[in-house]
Ligand binder design. Structure first.
Ligand code: MV4
Length: 496
């Protein structure tokens, strides 16, 4: 057991803040790192100490292992938490942190390495009773051999890059005639993106649901799962809505998937927080896809249904503590939903709409959590992910959690940048989502920009219109008058 005294968080924004809050509650001092673009960021203000690690671009700051280690040395931090993204799933980073005599808040470099390669992951789980999508478990060497297997499992099939992840480097093959061409494309994409051209094939599940299990292991060989999250509402591999538990799992399937998830963790002697990703077909068959060896963006929904602080648990496991509970002692309470609020314009193909947050008012109330890294008046930097916040609602039932989410979205007031709030509200009100009859094609199937109401007129534009109408002695535009005299709620941009 090594108690951590000072933790450096090698990340920025909402996740850096979220991690530092838990550290502070544990009496651990916190060190922020920041790029020149984040000098005034909230995570910098929150920390006990802060070190500038370079210019705005991530590859000159947040991705620089040497600068992060220097910052740790300079501040005498004894541990590093990588957050998510950036270096969180880089086994070399985990290794250099340990080589420097520091505690890495995460799994072993070896676990990261194995699960970072999908074929190595399949190989690892092969003796652990984990269902895999029918296909190949070796890199394809001989195309005629691969075609034979494709014929056996049946078209359509999916070619995936072993080194890929998050949907990168995948190719669908509808019929045998296209196999060679798609194969060539996949190999060249994989080579240029990952420096590794190995590819394999799987049966293509056409309308899958994405269900992932939160697992936790300690350094003494104990592993548990903390139930599932469903993240089927995605747009181009970017998650939009996440919830826990999933609305489709029966207790029996949950138990079977949970056991499979624990076995995936055992197959690579996993410790720390991890997520085991499955896809589920329309007959509720589930298959292991990959394991993410980090704390995930959507971890708050799990925290809300279990009441467990996952960051505190990560820290105590990194210190060498045993898991404080057994599987049988874990229970779920109620239902949690999360939406990701991005500075993107849903009416303009979700183009990033970076700006200064002219007004920024968070929703409040029982069962509402907002994880963000901004305040009114701040400018969203152009260099990083355009996520403004995560909005999480918890209630007794799924229905009540969705209703709370709609209320919270209506109460959220953001001007100065277009956001995905209205889009999230559309999802929350959609009968396919509400009934639980949805899959990963939801956005493609149902969303068109026209479903969002036209944006209300901004206050300034309205004033200008009224003033010019008065000074020019023209009648005040009718629309302006009605908007102005309407209830204050009409000002909100998220009304549908
Ligand atoms: C699949 C699949 C269908 N069949 N594998 C996309 C991200 C990566 N983690 C795996 N992905 C998929 N793998 C087989 N055999 C469909 C997807 C997929 C997907 C998965 C989960 C959530 C959203 C998705 C969107 C498109 C494709």
């Amino acid at each position: 057991m090594t108690k951590i005294k000072k933790l450096l968080v090698a990340n920025r924004g909402e996740i850096a803040l979220r991690i530092m809050r838990s550290a502070r509650e544990l009496g651990i001092k916190t060190v922020a790192v920041y790029s020149e673009a984040d000098r005034h960021a909230l995570h910098v203000r929150f920390a006990d100490e802060a070190v500038c690690i370079g210019p705005p671009p991530s590859n000159e700051s947040y991705l620089r292992m040497d600068k992060l280690l220097d910052a740790a040395k300079q501040t005498q931090a004894d541990a590093i938490h990588p957050g998510y993204g950036f270096l969180s799933e880089n086994e070399d980073f985990a290794q250099v942190v340990e080589d420097a005599g520091l505690i890495f808040i995460g799994p072993s470099p070896k676990s990261i390495e194995i699960m970072g390669n999908k074929l190595a992951a399949k190989e690892a789980v092969s003796n652990f009773n984990v269902p895999l999508v029918p296909g190949t478990t070796e890199p394809i060497g001989d195309v005629s051999q691969a075609k034979k297997i494709a014929k056996e499992v049946g078209y359509p099939i999916l070619i995936k890059a072993a080194a890929g992840g998050g949907g990168k480097g995948m190719r669908i093959v509808e019929r045998e005639e296209d196999f060679q061409e798609q194969m060539d494309r996949a190999v060249s994409e994989a080579t240029s993106s990952f420096g590794d051209g190995s590819v394999f094939i799987e049966k293509y599940i056409t309308q899958p649901r994405h269900i992932e299990f939160q697992i936790f292991g300690d350094k003494h060989g104990n592993v548990v799962h903390l139930f599932e999250r469903e993240c089927s509402i995605q747009r181009r591999h970017q998650k939009v809505v996440e919830e826990a538990p999933s609305s489709v799992l029966t207790p029996e399937i949950r138990k079977a998937m949970g056991e499979a998830a624990v076995n995936v963790a055992r197959s690579c002697a996993y410790y720390g927080a991890g997520t085991v990703e499955f896809i589920m077909d329309e007959n509720l068959n589930f298959y292991f896809l990959e394991m993410n060896t980090r704390l995930q963006v959507e971890h708050p929904v799990t925290e809300m249904i279990t009441g467990i602080d996952l960051v505190k648990l990560q820290i105590s496991i990194a210190e060498g503590s045993k898991l404080p509970f057994k599987q049988e002692e874990l229970t779920m309470h109620g239902h949690a939903v999360e939406v990701r609020v991005y500075a993107e314009d849903p009416t303009n193909n979700f183009m990033p709409d970076i700006g200064t947050l002219k007004t920024y008012q968070r929703p409040q109330g029982n069962g509402i959590r907002v994880d963000d890294g901004f305040e009114q008046g701040m400018t969203i930097p152009i260099y990083y992910d355009p996520m403004i916040a995560k909005l999480i609602c918890h209630a007794e039932t799924r229905e009540l959690a969705m209703d709370k989410m709609i209320r919270a979205i209506d109460e959220y007031e953001i001007t100065g940048a277009e956001t995905t709030l209205g889009f999230c509200k559309y999802v929350m009100q959609h009968q396919a989502f509400r009934s639980g009859q949805f899959d990963t094609k939801f956005v493609e199937k149902y969303f068109k920009p026209a479903v969002l109401e036209p944006k209300p007129v901004e206050e300034e534009e309205l004033l200008a219109a009224v003033l010019s109408a008065i000074t020019e002695q023209k009648p005040v535009p009718k629309e302006a008058v009605s908007t102005h005299t309407a209830a204050a709620s009409k000002w909100r941009k998220n009304r549908l």
